[in-house]
Write a protein that binds this ligand. Structure first.
Ligand SMILES: *[C@@H]1O[C@H](CO)[C@@H](O)[C@H](O)[C@H]1NC(C)=O
Ligand SMILES: *[C@@H]1O[C@H](CO)[C@@H](O)[C@H](O)[C@H]1NC(C)=O
Ligand SMILES: *[C@@H]1O[C@H](CO)[C@@H](O)[C@H](O)[C@H]1NC(C)=O
Ligand SMILES: *[C@@H]1O[C@H](CO)[C@@H](O)[C@H](O)[C@H]1NC(C)=O
Ligand SMILES: *[C@@H]1O[C@H](CO)[C@@H](O)[C@H](O)[C@H]1NC(C)=O
Ligand SMILES: *[C@@H]1O[C@H](CO)[C@@H](O)[C@H](O)[C@H]1NC(C)=O
Ligand SMILES: *[C@@H]1O[C@H](CO)[C@@H](O)[C@H](O)[C@H]1NC(C)=O
Length: 425
């Protein structure tokens, strides 16, 4: 869920969409990698003055010319490396603008469906009711799928403001924020037939706050395979966003749903994560990663602010027995804005969409590099925000309003077998 600088999008979302004209570019002239001296990330010659609402590299004032020049020059690159691991990951990567000038403000979800070579994504709520699209990776074509509701539940098509989603074992799970017609819910879509099946829409008769993101794991129990759907719910009215429903009655929380047992249970309370947003899981289902989108710039940073949330990434342990969640660990703090979309790669690196671009942390939480939004998307006004992205095999797929950019990395970051039952567990 994009909860960022209030974008005012002049155009409303296009109602119908055939294949979007595609535009394959040659490499961008700024498609370079800059290696920044790691020391500058934590030790600068005095005096310096950084700015919470500006990028580190070109928003930090320094009297020392050598360091100032090094930082400002680095900001001209698409890829910024703070560590060898990131430099190796980039290799000779290039930016490929596979969709430019799309008639919709895309930016949410970023669901890789490996079996079908697709990335599913949705538009942002700031552009009006959100819509679901499918990108065919093989030919860079975008379609709007013709979904069909399962009879008997009252689920509406088009879907009630899809936000995040996840593909697992032949099914795409989507988090729906809700509309004036329909409460928030989780639904499952068959990516071949496009039939939509509702999964969760209430807790003992109470509406859930808007459902924003979802991830799926499974455990092999004595009773058989049990899937766990972890999802975030948050009251959007705190961000001035409404979808035509009354204010949430249940507190913000992360929930776990186990389809095989029918158990819907809260797993992370509001006191732990004030503003739940992105949710991700590592390859072996050992950890759950969640983002708190309590932005320092808007809710305050220091002790004088009565705010329990931080713009941060937290890691929890997942019990291999029952999928329950424990041991909150602070994994990273967002420097600018909030961490929104989040994905964990096969090496345990954590990728998040932040104001500066896509920030990559290694498996122990060190920031190793950045996909620099200012260079990749330019500095037009309004500034394009990247709220989410997909990791698809060896590619990063950036979802950035009217653009979709793919970047082929030097290694496979997410393998397809993560999304099936039965491999190596
Ligand atoms: C930080 O940057 C913003 C935007 O450029 C500016 O309005 C603000 O005055 C700056 N703050 C400081 C302390 O320099
Ligand atoms: C600038 O900073 C660098 C790195 O801290 C230091 O080596 C250098 O001596 C400084 N230059 C001046 C003129 O102080
Ligand atoms: C791209 O590179 C050119 C040439 O180095 C430079 O003039 C320009 O400012 C760069 N653009 C951005 C957005 O950094
Ligand atoms: C793109 O590929 C998909 C999947 O193979 C296919 O259904 C579609 O017709 C193709 N579109 C174009 C414009 O080639
Ligand atoms: C995974 O998909 C297979 C094939 O559709 C199905 O038979 C199986 O029940 C699914 N497993 C789970 C845990 O959903
Ligand atoms: C924090 O809470 C105290 C006590 O309720 C109140 O006086 C103060 O104004 C609050 N500060 C902010 C920044 O909201
Ligand atoms: C689940 O555990 C049983 C018993 O140990 C084993 O036979 C089976 O292969 C396991 N299934 C998966 C998908 O790991």
């Amino acid at each position: 869920m994009q909860l960022q600088k209030g974008l005012s999008l002049a155009t409303s979302v296009a109602l119908a969409l055939g294949p979007v004209p595609t535009f394959a570019s040659t490499a961008s002239p700024n498609c370079t990698l800059s290696v920044v001296n790691n020391e500058y990330t934590h030790l600068l010659p005095l005096p310096f003055e950084g700015n919470l609402t500006r990028d580190f590299l070109d928003g930090t004032a320094l009297e020392n010319e050598t360091v100032a020049t090094a930082l400002v020059n680095a900001q001209k690159s698409a890829f910024i490396s703070y560590h060898d691991e990131f430099t190796r990951l980039i290799g000779s990567a290039k930016l490929d603008f596979i969709v430019a000038d799309a008639p919709f403000p895309n930016g949410e979800a970023g669901i890789w469906v490996p079996d079908l070579h697709q990335v599913w994504f949705v538009t942002t709520l700031y552009g009006g009711p959100t819509k679901l699209y499918i990108l065919f990776l093989e030919n860079s074509t975008v379609i709007e799928p013709q979904l069909m509701a399962t009879a008997g539940y009252g689920t509406h098509i088009p879907l009630a403001n899809p936000a995040g989603g996840y593909y697992f074992n032949g099914t795409v799970y989507l988090a729906l924020v809700g509309t004036d017609q329909e409460p928030a819910s989780l639904v499952a879509v068959n990516p071949r037939s496009y039939v939509v099946r509702p999964v969760v829409n209430s807790y003992f008769g109470l509406e859930l706050p808007p459902v924003d993101d979802v991830v799926v794991t499974y455990t092999n129990t004595s009773r058989g395979i049990e899937k766990h759907l972890y999802f975030s719910t948050l009251d959007l009215s705190a961000f001035g966003l409404t979808v035509g429903r009354p204010a949430a009655v249940l507190p913000n929380a992360f929930w776990m749903f186990t389809p095989e047992t029918g158990a819907l249970q809260p797993v992370i309370p509001r006191a732990d994560i004030l503003t739940p947003n992105g949710v991700a899981v590592d390859k072996d289902f050992r950890h759950l990663y969640v983002t708190d989108t309590s932005a320092t710039a808007s809710v305050g940073g220091g002790a004088m602010w009565n705010v329990t949330g931080s713009p941060a990434i937290y890691r929890y342990d997942l019990s291999p027995m029952d999928g329950l969640v424990s041991n909150k660990v602070l994994f990273g703090m967002t420097r600018e804005g909030v961490s929104d979309g989040i994905k964990v790669d096969d090496k345990g690196r954590v990728w998040t969409a932040e104001y500066e671009g896509i920030v990559v942390r290694n498996s122990v939480g060190k920031v190793i590099g950045l996909f620099n939004k200012e260079v990749i998307l330019g500095t037009q006004t309004p500034v394009a925000e990247m709220a989410n992205f997909a990791l698809a095999g060896d590619s990063l797929v950036l979802l950035a309003l009217d653009k979709i950019v793919t970047i082929k990395l030097a290694e496979m970051v997410v393998s397809p077998d993560r999304f099936t039952v039965g491999w190596n567990r």
